[in-house]
Design a binder for this molecule. Structure first.
Ligand code: PHE
Length: 472
């Protein structure tokens, strides 16, 4: 182990950092709304199945690739398959780190802005019609919020693996869990919250179309930070004495648990203001968090007073800031580790320069929400849907590139690296692994994974860009 690269101090350190990467915007608003729109408990069931069968093996594969090479995704692929094109898969991952962070940090900046505005008494203004449009359309304000969020991210990544990434995950993750459960406990006492819980959990199997299953897979990849080498990178800082399988299972289970729990906060909260909500009328994406929820908090001020309602709102936005921050850290770490390993640049310079470049790329997404008309209506897909610049980057690099990356990584393990080497790596820190049932199961699934992921991925392409659901 080259000490200069850094290492997590313990298994727990890795689990917290990886869970921090996984738990983010995807859990807090992506998952609950997708579940509510796409069949409730039926969707949850499919989601958990996909995570357990398809995603968990890829999580383990990424960590094993990282730990066996002690390198970033590009270096890792080059080390395990020298002189081949597999390096390109690593490059795709590093590119994803750049591009996902470039729009993610814009949304994180909105959340941070909403925190600052609600904490300074602006809840009433934010709850008026059109407030979010004005907010997202003001370029200078958002440059400041995005810039500040990026600065915090760079500041932590500069600190290194143990004293930056791990240390902050140790503060932020427990705090996040406490905040989330405090809010859930409170919201569930409110009128009509029970209706929201029922709506969230009642299964509707008729909604389980192929389109929704592909949506579940993209969501699972995004939520687990999978398919772009974030876990290869974090895995490269894991000690040889740690059990990769149990770490991976804990991280995946924790991520699902937080996503599920976030639904117990958000969906009941919606019902306190709009008890007649249906899966057709429920708001999705930014409309929910930035338009609807401020109205929910404002509505509460009738019962609990403006001060307490503002406190709740700012507490909620701070919670999302924390979730987003541990994710932006991991997104920045991927290209940073690449520059450190492959270009021999010192971590501090690497993180700073990569951070600045990503900030500039972020402007493209930042201006696409009303500030610049041309970017707001940027492209029209063959399906006829028009997208803004931020959504375009999200569609390409989340919904498309992550499942593609997952396909390539699982194919890499099955057909290039080979299961014997995969098993060797896992057995460090898990001496009884070889010959166990777990080994047999994993080595079988890893051959099946690429085919199923590819199949679902092709359906994603058709659905997302062409509006075609083959199975309808
Ligand atoms: N998993 C994070 C979320 O759910 C997003 C993310 C994706 C982070 C890919 C790192 C890598 O918000």
């Amino acid at each position: 182990m080259s000490l200069s690269r850094g290492q997590f101090s313990s298994k727990m350190g890795f689990i917290l950092a990886a869970a921090g990467s996984a738990v983010g915007l995807g859990n807090i608003w992506g998952f609950p709304i997708k579940t509510a729109q796409n069949g409730g408990a039926a969707f949850l069931f499919v989601y958990l199945l996909l995570v357990a069968v398809l995603c968990l093996p890829v999580v383990i594969a990424e960590i094993a690739i990282g730990r066996s090479t002690e390198k970033n995704p590009v270096g890792a692929m080059a080390a395990l398959a020298p002189g081949t094109r597999w390096k390109t898969v690593g490059k795709l991952g590093v590119l994803c780190g750049f591009m996902i962070l470039s729009f993610y940090v814009v949304i994180a900046g909105w959340v941070f802005g909403y925190f600052l505005e609600t904490v300074t008494g602006g809840l009433e203004r934010l709850s008026t019609d059109g407030a979010f449009g004005t907010f997202a359309g003001s370029a200078w304000k958002n440059l400041a919020y995005t810039g500040l969020f990026m600065t915090a991210t760079v500041g932590i990544v500069v600190g290194g693996v143990k004293d930056g990434i791990e240390r902050w995950a140790r503060y932020l993750m427990p705090t996040l869990v406490i905040m989330l459960f405090a809010l859930i406990a409170y919201v569930l006492t409110l009128e009509n919250a029970g209706k929201g819980v029922a709506f969230y959990l009642v299964p509707d199997f008729a909604k389980l179309t192929m389109k929704n299953i592909t949506a579940a897979l993209s969501q699972a990849f995004f939520s687990l930070s999978l398919g772009m080498g974030a876990l290869i990178t974090y895995g490269s800082y894991v000690s040889k004495t740690d059990n990769i399988i149990s770490s991976a299972a804990i991280v995946a289970a924790f991520d699902c648990f937080i996503a599920f729990s976030a639904g117990l906060l958000i969906i009941p909260a919606i019902f306190t203001l709009a008890p007649e909500t249906t899966s057709e009328t429920i708001q999705a994406g930014p409309g929910l968090i930035f338009v609807f929820l401020p109205k929910v908090f404002m509505n509460l001020s009738g019962q609990v007073g403006y001060f307490f309602a503002s406190f709740l709102a700012s507490f909620f936005f701070l919670l999302i800031c924390f979730a987003a921050l541990t994710s932006t850290i991991s997104l920045l770490e991927v290209p940073t580790a690449y520059v450190v390993d492959e270009k021999g640049v010192r971590r501090k310079r690497a993180a700073l320069s990569v951070g600045i470049i990503i900030f500039f790329i972020a402007v493209f997404s930042l201006l696409g929400n009303g500030a610049v008309d041309f970017l707001t209506n940027f492209v029209t897909y063959p399906s006829g849907v028009t997208k803004d610049s931020l959504s375009l980057v999200a569609d390409i690099f989340n919904d498309t590139a992550l499942p593609l990356g997952g396909f390539l990584i699982s194919a890499f393990v099955a057909f290039k690296w080979k299961t014997a080497n995969f098993s060797d790596e896992i057995s460090h820190g898990y001496p009884s692994y070889k010959g166990s049932m777990v080994e047999k199961a994993l080595n079988t699934v890893i051959y099946v994974c690429p085919f199923i992921i590819l199949f679902i991925f092709l359906n994603t392409l058709l659905a997302l860009y062409f509006g075609i659901d083959v199975f309808k």
